[in-house]
Design a binder for this molecule. Structure first.
Ligand code: FDA
Length: 503
């Protein structure tokens, strides 16, 4: 087999991978990106690239025969999920023993499926999580750089107050205020100008048509429209899709050798390829990168990897829940899928929670206030390599999740008490489940900065190999994570290009 070589290879095209690709390319370094998902640029038979949450088809999920939406039921009825054909769809739910993790698959990674909330963490908490990172530099240079390149914008407050599409948010705000809690607007990468035109009927609807976790056909500035478009525009970047890197080793001359399986749309491996590079950037996300490095250490292809590889993983304290409102407190049949507000009780030292006010866009009035709570859960788990399956196991348990639930419950018990409301019991499958504590949108850690890597993401023991994604974040960042992941990747790339790649 001929080995395909490039000066730099980037594994994965989410936030960490996209930043690496753009900055390498701008430095004139020819870069190859390997992405296991597909490129989402071709309309299906219905003329659309992505399917909506209301009528999911094979495009929705990664090789499934039935969708696995976060809200499994409504009024306890199995009305949410649908049978679908097996296909490299855009959303994956990776199941471990007691936790499952949602991730995006495709050119753009998580940016294709996420809610676009672009939140910069409170500085004090960032400093606590990253004591060795210069916060002045982050807040002065890298956070602003990331936000600008991601196309972060904010909803026009006047429009927000008047539009039916955010009635659900205003109702939740009112309930929070009645409890004495603070709410805050949250920026987003969805183009709010486009959203206002959707509402006015002058632009095709996406956020206002229930599109989000299976992709947005319009309005969303996902990475394929921002960092990756710019990277490709340099002419120095090539992206290979439907290629999953399986193994990493090092050649005697110190270059890296990758083995990747190319799959077809049925998931069959049609070719196994070998790649070589001088500089290797890991952007496979918390799950993808950690699995690759753990396998490399445990199978002996990169035996000198730090014992810290695989450790320090957390869910960012994610818990989802719904409250049932009074009949007169309607949330509206029309709901934008892009969240724009959070209940910010993070400064409450006794019970720090930041709760995103989430939409539930069913197209019918349902009186549900939905939230994704980010709690300060200090539990951490490790991945271990499983020889039999050649995969990884995750040590996160239900007891770890219970810590998040207790914190979310404390906050929302207060909100219910102040508003004489109750929880919804019908949304998460089993008959009395109030708190969805068995999945996360925010997998973080596994190759933590300063432990598995140096303070800039350089992998310990292996020169010219770097981690640039969410696996660097030590299990919690207190807010939705992609701005932090992007800014840290910017910081790594600035340092690496200044110090490591000079001829
Ligand atoms: P990311 O997961 O984005 O990218 C990794 C890429 O690498 C993927 O494309 C994957 O297919 C590929 N890959 C992995 N292993 C590979 C291998 N071996 N070979 C080749 N390719 C490989 N965050 C936020 O800040 N605001 C929000 O509103 C939301 N909302 C949200 C909703 C939903 C439904 C989800 C699933 C997630 C969010 N998030 C979010 C989380 C956010 O999307 C997430 O933190 C980032 O995408 C993580 O970025 P990374 O660069 O770490 O990996």
């Amino acid at each position: 087999n001929a080995v395909d070589t490039a000066p730099a290879i980037v594994i994965g095209s989410g936030y960490g991978g996209a930043v690496a690709a753009l900055r390498l390319a701008q430095a004139g370094i020819r870069t190859l990106v390997l992405e296991m998902g597909r490129l989402w640029n071709t309309p299906g038979a219905d003329g659309k690239i992505f399917c909506s949450t209301r009528t999911p088809d094979q495009r929705s999920m990664w090789f499934r025969t039935r969708t696995e939406a976060p809200l499994g039921t409504f009024l306890w009825l199995d009305v949410v999920n649908r049978d679908i054909g097996r296909y490299p769809g855009v959303l994956d739910r990776v199941h471990f023993a007691e936790m499952s993790v949602y991730v995006g698959r495709g050119v753009g990674g998580g940016s294709l499926v996420n809610g676009g909330m672009a939140v910069t963490p409170p500085r004090a908490y960032f400093t606590e999580q990253f004591p060795t990172v210069d916060a002045d530099e982050m807040y002065g240079t890298y956070f602003p750089r990331a936000r600008a390149a991601l196309g972060v914008n904010t909803v026009d407050p006047a429009w927000f107050e008047s539009t039916e599409w955010y009635r659900f948010t205003r109702v939740s705000r009112q309930h929070a205020e009645k409890t004495g809690l603070r709410t805050t607007f949250v920026p987003n990468v969805y183009d709010f100008g486009h959203m206002a035109r959707e509402a006015a009927g002058t632009a095709p609807k996406s956020a206002l048509a229930g599109e989000v976790i299976y992709g947005n056909n319009h309005g969303k500035r996902s990475l394929d429209k921002t960092y990756l478009a710019a990277a490709l525009g340099t002419g120095h970047v090539t992206i290979h899709t439907l290629e999953k890197v399986r193994a990493i080793s090092r050649a005697p001359d110190g270059t890296y050798v990758l083995t990747a399986d190319r799959i077809d749309s049925t998931g069959r491996v049609v070719e196994t390829k070998e790649y070589g590079c001088t500089y290797l950037f890991l952007g496979g996300g918390s799950l993808g990168t950690t699995e690759l490095l753990l396998r490399a250490r445990e199978t002996g292809t990169l035996p000198d990897l730090d014992p810290g590889v695989g450790a320090g993983w957390g869910t960012n304290g994610n818990v989802m829940l719904g409250r049932a409102n009074h009949l007169w407190d309607t949330v509206g049949a029309n709901q934008s899928t892009m969240p724009v507000m959070g209940i910010d009780d993070w400064a409450n030292a006794a019970n720090p929670v930041f709760a995103e006010i989430a939409p539930l866009p069913t197209g019918l009035e349902h009186w549900v206030s939905l939230y994704l709570a980010i709690t300060r859960n200090r539990e951490r788990a490790s991945f271990t390599y499983d020889t039999g399956s050649d995969g990884v196991r995750l040590g996160w348990t239900a007891a770890h999740s219970a810590v998040s639930v207790a914190m979310a419950k404390k906050l929302f018990d207060r909100i219910n008490a102040a508003n004489s409301t109750i929880y919804r019991y019908d949304l998460f499958g089993s008959s009395s489940k109030v708190f969805a504590d068995d999945f996360t949108y925010h997998p973080l850690g596994g190759c933590v900065l300063g432990r598995a890597t140096d303070d800039y993401g350089r992998v310990k023991g292996y020169p010219r190999m770097y981690v640039t994604d969410g696996s660097l974040v030590p299990g919690s960042i207190g807010v939705n994570p992609f701005v932090t992941i992007t800014a840290l990747a910017e910081r790594t790339m600035a340092r690496v290009l200044a110090e490591d790649t000079a001829p």
